[in-house]
Structures are given as C-alpha cells and as structure tokens.
Write a protein that binds this ligand. Structure first.
Ligand code: DQA
Length: 148
C-alpha cells in the first residue's frame, strides 16, 4: 500500500508560523511522525510540500495509478482552489483531508471549503497528530475496515 502526503503553502513553516494556532513542532517533526506511522502500518509513504497550486495539481495527477491513498492539507488553497478539488476528483484516489487547526471555529472565510466533498474524511483541529489519524483512517478504509 502506498500513501502520498501532500502539504500546501506555509506548512513548511510549522514551528515558526503562528505557534499558538499551529503548535511548536516543526515540519521535520511532522515528516518524522508520518514516516514512523507508515513504518508501523507497513505502508510506503511519500511526503510532498509546495507553496504553488499548479505544483500540487501536478503532484495529484502524477499519483494516478501509483498511490493507493492521499492525505492532503491544502492549507490556504482549501478555501480557494477548484483546481485542486478537480484534480482529486479526476484521479479518484481515496483521500483524507487534514487541517492542523479547527478551520470551522476560525475566521468566516475558512468555512468555505472546496476540498471536503471530494474526500472520504476530514481530520480537523487535532494538531499534527491529525496526519497520523488520517493515515489510520485511510489504512482502515483500504483494508476493509481492519485497523492495525
Ligand atoms: C490549515 C488551515 C488553513 O485555513 C490555513 O490557510 C493553513 C493551514 C490547517 O492546517 O489548519 O495554512 O490548513
């Protein structure tokens, strides 16, 4: 089983950016946790981050026929990007959306979400452990409901 983890703009600045919202753990720690959970689940994982919408669309397209599941935090593009939504719908790879913060209890503009509808689940406001929870969700989904 192969997972692709995609992070959008400014997620590379974890630990620096608004730590009261996004926590003090940095991007390297996020990658470490994702890799550790993949090893426990016995899955392969690739982690990708970009600040550019088109690069994220290209990455989703390139996963077609290769990745079994996508974990995506589109960051600010969640609230703006029809292109990322359409790419996820186009490839049809089961996807789970992650937000480190609880987007529904923040500014009004964050309630507009183009991504949720094309994902089988969302993990919101769980900090960076939301990524490993999303991996577990996807693993169970692809494994006929069986967890580790
Ligand atoms: C975010 C929430 C978005 O609204 C914001 O633009 C981000 C990060 C989160 O992980 O909580 O950059 O996706």
């Amino acid at each position: 089983m192969k997972f692709l983890v995609i992070n959008g703009p400014n997620i590379n600045l974890l630990g620096i950016r608004e730590p009261e919202i996004y926590g003090r753990e940095d991007y390297a720690e996020l990658c470490r946790r994702v890799n550790a959970r993949a090893a426990e689940l016995g899955t392969e994982v690739e982690i990708f981050q970009s600040n550019h919408e088109g690069d994220i669309v290209d990455k989703i397209q390139s996963a077609y026929g290769k990745a079994d599941g996508i974990i995506i935090n589109p960051a600010a593009y969640t609230h703006t990007s029809v292109a990322i939504r359409d790419a996820l719908a186009a490839v049809g790879i089961p996807a789970v959306e992650v937000h480190i913060s609880d987007v529904n209890s923040r500014e009004g503009f964050r309630k507009l979400n183009y991504i949720s509808e094309v994902c089988l689940g969302s993990v919101n406001g769980r900090g960076i452990k939301g990524y490993t929870e999303a991996m577990d969700m996807l693993f169970a989904e692809l494994n006929g409901g069986k967890t580790l």
